[in-house]
Design a protein around this ligand. Structure first.
Ligand code: NAP
Length: 263
């Protein structure tokens, strides 16, 4: 598997659904989306921040499913890097027909009175501004009025957007409230351009994000609040995302789909 900017070849170019770019594709929910999307016939660009080996392993899995793939490093909080992410993806795989914005972080869990302004700024920069930057690059390419062929975008919001994450990371919840708002607005603005825009709001999902927040016991602690009585998996979260990308969801736009076991 080659790194940024290098196409690895292989797969069934041109026979599938087109090119999907997944930010945060190296781990967790994004990695599960890459795998399931490949099975569904998408060629997949696997975006990542720093974990190149993990991203390249996911890209190899995409190729093993018979699709083309590419691992591309880009900090989604940097608008210029996001532009390069799209350029490298297109140069290697062709026009981007679909985008899943899964890159995200919470910052360290702590009471709001102890919060760190720089950490808050970074979470909003990556989660909210980063999603806007990626949607912007996608829309500029997909918009029919600019010669594009339309497309589909799925943003990762969070149940936190409506629960608020008190005592943990209210700034993260706020960053995802922004994702809900931009999803609604872009669905309306980009619908006439042939672009569907939806969000998925996961609840408690078994990924690295909880340990990264400094709270590895978080899933166990909150599980009693989940009506289905358990946490969810990345695969269970990826399935509705890949469905939203599909023709089966051709009239679904502006939706914010909760995937939270009833919580
Ligand atoms: P994760 O396992 O911690 O993975 C995070 C992913 O985001 C990694 O691929 C990471 O890349 C990438 N990333 C982080 N910062 C980035 C940046 N600045 N630029 C580009 N990529 C960056 O997270 P996850 O649980 O799968 O979460 C995926 C999305 O779902 C996030 O938006 C998260 O907020 C949302 N979500 C998750 C849960 C949950 O319970 N897990 C619940 C609600 C919402 P590297 O591997 O290179 O570090």
């Amino acid at each position: 598997m080659a790194g940024a900017g290098e196409e690895t070849g292989g797969g069934k170019a041109g026979e599938g659904k087109g090119v999907l770019l997944v930010t945060g594709g190296s781990r967790g929910i994004g990695a599960a989306v890459c795998r399931q999307a490949a099975e569904a016939g998408w060629d997949v660009a696997v975006g990542y921040a720093g974990r190149r080996e993990a991203a390249e392993a996911v890209a190899r899995e995409v190729e093993a499913a018979g699709r083309r793939s590419l691992a591309v490093a880009a900090d989604v909080g940097d608008a210029a890097a996001v532009a390069r992410l799209f350029e490298q993806t297109e140069a290697a795989l062709g026009p981007v027909a679909a985008l899943v914005n899964s890159a995200g972080l919470t910052g360290l869990s702590k009471p709001f009175v102890d919060s760190d302004p720089e950490e808050m700024r970074r979470v909003i920069e990556v989660n909210t501004a980063g999603t806007l930057y990626c949607c912007r690059e996608a829309a500029r390419r997909m918009a029919r009025s600019r010669g594009g062929a339309g497309g589909v975008i799925v943003n990762l919001s969070s149940a936190a957007a409506t629960l608020g994450s008190p005592g943990e990371f209210v700034w993260y919840a706020a960053s995802k409230g922004g994702v809900d708002s931009l999803t609604i607005g872009l669905a309306k603005e980009l619908g006439p351009e042939g672009i569907r825009v939806n969000a998925v709001s996961p609840g408690l999902i078994e990924t690295d994000i909880h340990a990264s927040a400094g709270d590895a016991g978080r899933l166990q602690r909150f599980t009693p609040q989940v009506p289905l009585g358990r946490s969810g998996t990345a695969e269970e979260t990826a399935a509705p995302i890949v469905w939203l990308l599909s023709e089966g969801a051709s009239y679904v736009s502006g939706a914010i789909l909760r995937v939270g076991g009833g919580r």
